[in-house]
Design a protein around this ligand. Structure first.
Ligand SMILES: *Cc1c(COP(=O)(O)O)cnc(C)c1O
Length: 399
């Protein structure tokens, strides 16, 4: 017997759960792209996007996934032969840095491993040692979606300023924007990239790059600017099509408009941050209980450095893969694969998984997902501690 039939829940860190209203907003005939309501909607969305990032600077919208915005961030600000400092706390900065290298940028990498945040003292020392200011940019993720380590972007900003280093501070907030606090202006972030399919609850396909005046000045000197990725026409369009350098992604925009209304006007950004923080604590409480006298472990030990949107877990292989298969086939919940912890061909690969609590997710979805994991652990005779569901509901019950 399967208990699969019912509403399927994709509990992976993007694409995230989309509100029905976002999907319904997309379900309409193509609009007039030359004039009228679509233009008004896009003009009105720009300030709302900046509100999500707490930015008084600019935002360029691209028709792409997150990788596209990485390319935009590099080509608009750097020249071949420039040097950057990449701070890796999992997988994603490694990919971003590799892209920089393939464009001809020299990358200095500090790799903090697969389960730790950035060490500020190490960064400060490296920046002070760069007395000639060769680093043109510092690249970091707010949340690394593979390790689920969360960096303190405010503290890193203070650290960079304390050294007086002028490098652009570039942050990948793909997996955290709309899920946890981000204050672009106040924290001194120069450039931030994000995508539509995570905290913004919209299908994959829109990428966002937020930036300030320092980035606009860097673009003047950059020798890798290409026509499609150039942000300048996009932030100052003389005609509507320049927003997107071609046909507008009409239906994605309808969806995003609805998502921004839900996030900003109905729930409120700070409330959404608080919801993610609470649900993540419920998830951790469950895994802490399951981890008693078993191999089940949260990948990030210190709660201060754990993502509020996604949680990485390890357990004896091959239990993680068995559990993912069970929850999907028997209960309609798809959990995330472990990413970057072991090669797919390595038996250890089957000892990692991730659960998302990202975007349009409420208490019953998170508690339901945890209950399904509990059932799977029992069905598969995977050793686990007791009391996980009670611990999670206790967290939810507290004000
Ligand atoms: C999802 C994600 C990306 C990449 O986004 P794609 O849309 O898959 O290209 C980059 N960085 C982080 C931190 C992410 O979570």
């Amino acid at each position: 017997m399967s208990l699969y039939h019912g509403r399927h829940y994709l509990a992976i860190p993007g694409p995230s759960v989309m509100p029905d209203r976002v999907l319904q907003a997309m379900h309409q005939a193509a609009p007039n792209i030359y004039e009228g309501a679509l233009h008004d909607m896009v003009n009105g969305m720009i300030p709302d996007l900046k509100r999500v990032a707490k930015s008084s600077g600019e935002v360029a919208i691209y028709i792409c996934n997150g990788h596209g915005t990485w390319e935009a961030s590099l080509t608009n600000t750097l020249s071949r032969g420039d040097k950057v400092l990449a701070l890796a706390t999992g997988r994603f900065v490694l990919f971003w840095a590799k892209m920089a290298e393939s464009l001809g940028v020299e990358v200095d990498l500090i790799d903090f491993g697969k389960s730790s945040p950035v060490d500020l003292d190490m960064v400060a020392a490296r920046l002070k040692a760069d007395s000639e200011h060769r680093y043109k940019a510092i690249m970091v993720t707010q949340t690394d979606t593979a390790s689920t380590a969360r960096n303190d972007i405010e503290a890193l900003g203070e650290c960079i300023r304390s050294t007086g280093h002028p490098a652009l501070y570039m942050v990948d907030s793909m997996a955290s924007l709309g899920c946890e606090p981000f204050e672009m202006d106040r924290w001194g972030v120069d450039l931030m990239v994000a995508g539509s399919q995570k905290g913004l609850m919209t299908p994959p396909g829109l990428g966002f790059m937020f930036f300030n005046q320092r980035v606009i000045e860097a673009r003047e000197k950059a020798n890798m600017v290409t026509p499609y990725w150039d942000f300048l026409p996009r932030i100052n369009p003389q005609v509507f099509y320049e927003y997107f350098f071609g046909t507008a992604p009409t239906h994605h925009l309808f969806g995003l408009r609805e998502a921004l209304t839900i996030l900003l006007e109905e729930e409120g950004l700070e409330e959404a941050w608080a919801r993610h923080a609470k649900l993540s604590r419920a998830v951790w409480a469950a895994f802490d209980a399951w981890g008693q006298n078993s191999s089940i472990r949260l990948n990030i030990k210190n709660p201060k450095f754990r993502s509020h949107a996604v949680t990485a877990i390890s357990m004896d292989a091959p239990h993680a893969t068995e559990l993912r298969r069970w929850t999907e086939k028997k209960a309609g919940v798809t959990l995330g694969i472990g990413l970057g912890m072991a090669e797919r061909t390595d038996p250890a690969y089957h000892g990692f998984f991730r659960v998302a609590h990202m975007g349009h997710v409420n208490a019953h979805m998170t508690l339901g997902m945890l209950a399904v994991i509990d059932a799977g652990l029992k069905a598969l005779n995977i050793p686990h501690g007791d009391g996980a569901l009670s611990a999670a509901s206790q967290v939810v019950s507290e004000a």
